[in-house]
Design a protein around this ligand. Sequence first.
Ligand code: SF4
Length: 352
Amino acid sequence: MTQAAPETAAARADVPPTRKRVLLAAPRGYCAGVDRAVVAVEKALEHYGAPVYVRKEIVHNRHVVETLAARGAVFVEETDEVPEGARVVFSAHGVSPAVKASAAARNLQSIDATCPLVTKVHKEAVRFAADDFDILLIGHEGHEEVEGTQGEAPEHIQVVNSPAAADDVVVRDPERVVWISQTTLSVDETMETVRRLRERFPHLQDPPSDDICYATQNRQVAVKKLAPACDVVITVGSANSSNSVRLVEVALDAGARSSYRVDKASEIDPAWLDGATTVGLTSGASVPEILVQDVIALLAQHGFEDVEEVRTATEDLMFSLPRELRADLKAAGEQPDRPRPGGRRRLDVQPV
Ligand code: SF4
């Protein structure tokens, strides 16, 4: 899925810049789960026609949501806002069994665009609950993904919001405790939470594989690499995008002198660039590349014309479209497969 990239001179904090420059993180932007969810709504609009209802934001990016809404997607908060029998897409963040049941009760035709890597965490929760573990879900209370995962086994799962919150956890049997996590957290902060939990519960079990997904990890590694050399790091991403907000924090922790998040280029305050020689630039996993290119163009207007990519991994993962949609496209003789940008691998994911 990923491979290490050779170190570039710009990636090293000890190489002094001679001109104003931009260090552009790679990987950045769209991940496989976001790409799949957005294409699912686009294909649904093409195939079934508007309106197509979408429960919650399909991905946490204002530009994406506004673009799809302009094409006929109708975003709702809950399934009871969808007319009986209509078609509804569940967002990439996943839904609880209760949401699926409520959609079924209203005869909604569901297309489940939950990222397969979120589904993997759901299945872990179900399995550990069946084995009667207390499950400590590290994540942000109220985030849609956390609500969906918690809904798989509410009587077994408690959310741990931060390292400090580890001190308040109460479990039934300290020998039967496992932690799992939201997919879009800071790796370092999560490990700190786990360390504090393990101090209290030495028999704490790890999840069978990383829950923080490859895309979140790769974007954090890339921004960590360039941050020490940067006067300012700009992350493109929406305020409700967990992985985008984490990139802002990770950049600061890794040594950037300052770190900001913007939804789009016009939100950049020119004062941020005063006296700066090196600007780092990255984007969250739900951000289309066009928004990054707009920022590059704006930075060029401020004299930051040299752009050097700092690549720490190469991603080639691609998920197949949701099963329900593929079946309908196939039955209609339409091509359910999508073009593969950059020759990315397509996987028929069978989450564990
Ligand atoms: Fe899936 Fe990770 Fe992308 Fe979320 S950030 S949609 S878990 S690949």
